[in-house]
Design a protein. Structure first.
Length: 363
């Protein structure tokens, strides 16, 4: 068999987890060696429960037939060393050696945010998620989520509304539409976006696969945004995995009386960034805001003082007029007049009374 088929075989063996695959490769170095190793040696490395299934899988004709069937289903199998394999994913501890992809090639963005949350959200949670997802994709940010009910679906739809870039990560075989409620979204994602799974076609959506899947969602992102989550929401697992992977964590607050927001409030207490606007997210990624073609950059040299001084101290995070005046070393009146001019010209936005941020949207 060709080299890639051995990797496909390893990735598709039922009962061999990704972590176990890595353990086996530390011993055998390449799946071909594992494939050719006598069964009495394999018995020492694999549990009795899985061993019969493993030995039965070592049939070249069945492997080739299964691999050929992928093309008929318009499914691609990507190896970790191929250019179309998600580059961020290779940095996590137990990355999959192979990923199954359906839909368009995933064009990785300079900034990618995972958007996750409750499967049974409030109308507020759905609206906030669609809004933030839409506004992020307007600026060229990629959106990653899990194609589940609720917040996941809203995140994908928010991006799809404006033909933004979004990718769905499944906790089952890539040929399985789960949950069925999202079938229309699945077809849209297959047609215009990208869907990934580490599991081979036909794999059932067993409950334990979803926490396993969450490390892929966090691994493919630069930051995780939780828009609405109960105290024991599965989306908090994604946030925890993101912390382990050194990702930025963001959480949207809600009413203090609502149990639907207890998970987000808990994250904020633990240090997640309280998030109300896309600026709250982008301010944590200064390299993106400096380089992105979708972010508005004004020619400061065209500004005269005191407008230039004021513009220099207004940031992506909200600042009060008094704070801006102090930082610019100008009087209240001079600062207010400068801000009025900058706002009228589109340089800054007033988001609350006397609270200003830079206008990041492309003009």
């Amino acid at each position: 068999m060709e080299d890639k088929l051995y990797w496909y075989w390893l990735s598709a063996i039922s009962g061999i987890s990704c972590r176990k695959q890595h353990q086996l490769m530390k011993v055998f170095l390449h799946p071909k060696e594992l494939f050719l190793t006598p069964s009495h040696i394999i018995e020492e490395k694999i549990t009795r429960k899985i061993l019969p299934r493993f030995l039965e899988s070592r049939r070249e004709d069945l492997i080739q037939k299964s691999y050929d069937a992928l093309e008929k289903q318009q499914i691609q199998f990507l190896l970790y060393n191929e250019t179309e394999y998600p580059r961020r994913l290779k940095k996590i501890y137990d990355y999959p050696y192979g990923m199954f992809r359906k839909g368009q090639a995933w064009e990785e963005k300079a900034l990618t945010i995972a958007v996750v949350g409750s499967r049974n959200p409030t109308a507020y949670g759905m609206e906030v998620t669609k809004y933030l997802s839409r506004e992020l994709t307007k600026l060229g940010v990629g959106i990653v989520s899990g194609l589940a009910k609720g917040i996941d679906g809203a995140a994908h739809r928010g991006a799809c509304i404006i033909q933004g870039s979004t990718v769905g990560i499944l906790g089952c075989g890539i040929d399985r539409i789960y949950p069925w409620d999202n079938y229309q979204l699945f077809y849209e994602m297959y047609e215009t976006q990208t869907v990934f799974s580490e599991y081979p076609p036909g794999t059932a959506p067993n409950p334990w696969r979803f926490p396993e899947r969450n490390r892929i969602i966090s691994g493919m992102s630069d930051g995780i945004l939780v828009t609405e989550a109960e105290e024991k929401s599965g989306s908090l697992i994604t946030a925890d995995l993101g912390l382990e992977q050194n990702k930025e964590i963001f959480a949207v607050p809600g009413p203090i009386t609502s149990k639907k927001h207890e998970g987000c409030h808990g994250l904020i207490k633990q240090g997640a960034k309280l998030t109300e606007t896309v600026e709250d997210i982008l301010s944590e990624f200064p390299n993106f805001t400096k380089s992105s073609k979708n972010i508005r950059h004004f020619q400061k040299k065209s500004l005269a003082n005191p407008e230039k001084k004021v513009y220099d101290v207004v940031d992506l995070y909200p600042r009060h007029l008094d704070e801006i005046a102090g930082a610019a070393k100008l009087s209240f009146g001079e600062t207010a007049a400068a801000l009025f001019y900058l706002e009228s010209e589109g340089y800054v936005k007033q988001i609350h009374q006397n609270i200003y941020i830079k206008n990041i949207y492309k003009g």
